[in-house]
Design a protein around this ligand. Structure first.
Ligand code: ATP
Ligand code: ATP
Ligand code: MG
Ligand code: MG
Lengths: 224, 224
């Protein structure tokens, strides 16, 4: 479902070029459950943003469902992001002026759901992440772990074929983390593809394959 | 150094009152190293913000160095925050238009350091957190764990008597986490007081006392 070959991604900072992903190649099959690990700054979020069609790359190829992503226009990319991919950002990226419920409904508005079904579905996932009594709170009226769970609920609400989760349990206590991980396991059992960035070994052990990045390249790739 | 008695803190949401900290009492001696744990939403960040003189409370007393904090005016509170307390926020709160170096220098500007000494000291702490080759990057040009480390460096830069760290390793890989924790150990050995919020047991085990919050009250308080 994801085929990346010889990918290079650099940033320009000041007048220098900073290579971040270097000749990276990666294949992920439909329905796989992959953990992506590596030191802080090694390129995990950069790779996730490229996979999630949120960022471009410099050279190499990235085929999503056999379609070359760099050849798609903005509308086509937005379409993929809205319908095929659920993204949990490392920094949550919630809309500050909207409640938890409204934030979670947003992908369903893009997907064209009617108001009643949207509300029901959003409430259902907010219950799954334990936030039913915080639905009306805005992000600044929520704790760190509650905001993280709103971001999780928003990514799950339209049952995406591909779930990309960038450190989804970083702000959660162990009990809440376990609840989220069993939610992910259910999603995996339903045939969806999951890539989760984590720096916690016991979270990574819940996946089926661990890929370790080091300095912009794949250092290890192990089935569990 | 920190004496809290029968503290109550509530938020107003819509037209309802939501109690968050309930008749909370806590004593921390000078030089102690305390870990604060508890479920997501139990009130840890709220308590940290009150201890750090960033937020008010409704009833009860809070004495910092035997001074009743609720009787201080804004200038006096700012003075305490600038000179006595270093705060690492759960959401980092970096200034987006300034580089890592400029963000870390900021407390020294408030403390009246001259330009040369400020720059040297800021670079020294940025080295301690492993960011010397990212000093000129702005926050949006840094990874999640790099931003977290800028927030850590900024809190340490004027060697505060009290270090308040709200989930300081949430975005860090285990190697980088260990480096930060041994930095904290050195600060503790130097006689400073540390309160660290964490949801990771092995991080909490590095402190000398673990306080567990549950639903806005202290549930357990154990010396290690
Ligand atoms: N401005 C606010 N208005 C209303 N409720 C709030 C506000 N800020 C926080 N809360 C609520 O107060 C409770 C405690 O929040 P707090 O941020 O202290 O939790 P926490 O223990 O730090 O959680 P976490 O581990 O998720 O960071 C939460 O249930 C949250 O929804
Ligand atoms: N806009 C940018 N301009 C310049 N450099 C950048 C930019 N964004 C990221 N970087 C650099 O790219 C590298 C990889 O960043 P990335 O966010 O992918 O790391 P990461 O593996 O997710 O780290 P973490 O575990 O800390 O979240 C980092 O060294 C960072 O400083
Ligand atoms: Mg990252
Ligand atoms: Mg918190």
């Amino acid at each position: 479902i994801i085929q990346i070959d010889n990918l290079n991604k650099s940033y320009i900072i000041g007048n220098q070029i900073l290579p971040v992903l270097k000749e990276l190649s990666l294949t992920v099959q439909k329905g796989e459950y992959v953990a992506l690990m590596g030191p802080s700054g090694s390129g995990k979020s950069t790779l996730m943003n490229i996979i999630g069609c949120l960022d471009s790359f410099n050279t190499g190829t990235y085929k999503l469902n056999q379609i070359e992503v760099s050849k798609l226009n903005d509308n086509e990319l937005a379409e993929i992001r809205n319908h095929q991919i659920g993204f949990i950002f490392q920094t949550f990226n919630l809309l500050p002026r909207y409640s938890a419920l409204e934030n979670v409904e947003l992908p369903l508005i893009y997907a064209g759901w009617n108001k009643k079904n949207r509300r029901e579905r959003a409430i259902e996932v907010l219950k799954q992440v334990g936030l039913e009594d915080r639905m009306t709170h805005k992000p600044n009226e929520l704790s760190g772990g509650q905001r993280q769970r709103v971001a999780i609920a928003r990514a799950l609400v339209n049952n995406p074929a591909i779930l990309l989760a960038d450190e989804p349990t970083g702000n959660l206590d162990s009990k809440t983390s376990e609840e989220i991980m069993s939610l992910f396991e259910t999603i995996h059992q339903n045939g969806n593809t999951i890539i989760i960035v984590t720096h916690e070994e016991d979270i990574a052990q819940k996946s089926r394959r661990i890929i370790r990045l080091l300095d912009g390249k794949i250092d290890k790739d192990t089935l569990i």
